[in-house]
Ligand binder design. Sequence first.
Ligand SMILES: [Zn+2]
Length: 336
Amino acid sequence: MSSHKGSVVAQGNGAPASNREADTVELAELGPLLEEKGKRVIANPPKVWEGRWRVIPYDVLPDWLKDNDYLLHGHRPPMPSFRACFKSIFRIHTETGNIWTHLLGFVLFLFLGILTMLRPNMYFMAPLQEKVVFGMFFLGAVLCLSFSWLFHTVYCHSEKVSRTFSKLDYSGIALLIMGSFVPWLYYSFYCSPQPRLIYLSIVCVLGISAIIVAQWDRFATPKHRQTRAGVFLGLGLSGVVPTMHFTIAEGFVKATTVGQMGWFFLMAVMYITGAGLYAARIPERFFPGKFDIWFQSHQIFHVLVVAAAFVHFYGVSNLQEFRYGLEGGCTDDTLL
Ligand SMILES: [Zn+2]
C-alpha cells in the first residue's frame, strides 16, 4: 500500500482519468511532500527529484524505506535520481547526520592512511610488511566508511539501489573488522608466526562468512537488526581468543603495557556500545520523534565506529613502536 503511494509520488500525475479520484486522496495524504501555493495543493506535483521536495513523515514512506519507526518525521521521499540523492547531502533530513559522520570519517582515514603510507620507514625493519599490514587496516576503514556514506546518500533512490548499497555497507563493516585484525595480530604475535597465521586465517574465514551472510536479501530488513548487530559483534569479539592467548603467554602486566590492551579494550567498549545502541535503537525508542534529525542511535553508532577505528590505529601504532624498539625484537627465549 505504502509502496504504491511512493510510486504515485515518483510518477507525478500521469494516471488515467478513472484513477484520478483515488490519486487525489493519496496526494492529499502526501500533503507535506507537495509545494503549496497559499492553501491550494498544486494539482500537478513537480517530480520530486527535479529539485523541490519536502521531508515526509514515516507513515507515508514506501515499505522499502521504512526502517526505524521511532523516527517519526523528516524522511526524504523516494527520489529515483542519483543527482537528487547527492544534492540531498546538503539538506536536513533523517539521513543527514548518518551521511556526514561517515563522510568526514572517510576523509580523516583517507588522509591518515596516505600519511602513514608515505611516512618514511623510521625503524629500518620490515618496511614492506609494515606498509602491507597498515595498508590492510586503512583499506578496510576507507572502504567501510565510503560504502557507508554512499549507502546513506542513495538509500532513498529506489528499492533496488538501496538493497545493493546496503549489502556493500554491511560488507564494508566486515572489511573494517578484518583489516583491523591484521596489524594488531602482526605486531602482537610478532615473534610467533604460526599462531599469527592461524588467527589471521580464522578472522579471514569469519569475515568472508559475514560478507556472504550480508548478501542475503532479508539481512537488511528491520526484523534482522539484532541479527546484524550479532554477526558483526561476533566477528569483532573473535579477537577475545588471541587476546587471551597473548595475556596467558606474556602475563597481564606485559599485555596491558606492551600489548596496548587498555586501548584495545577501550576500542572494544566503543564498538560494543555502538552495536548495542544500534540494535536497541536508543535513545529514540524512549522519545519517539525527538531524535528524527540529530542524535538518533545510528548516528551515535557511526561516531563510535570512527572513534573506535582511530583508537585502534593509535594502539597498533604504539605496539609497532615497541616491536621496533630496543626490547621489542625476537630472541630465542621469547615466546611471542
Ligand atoms: Zn550506517
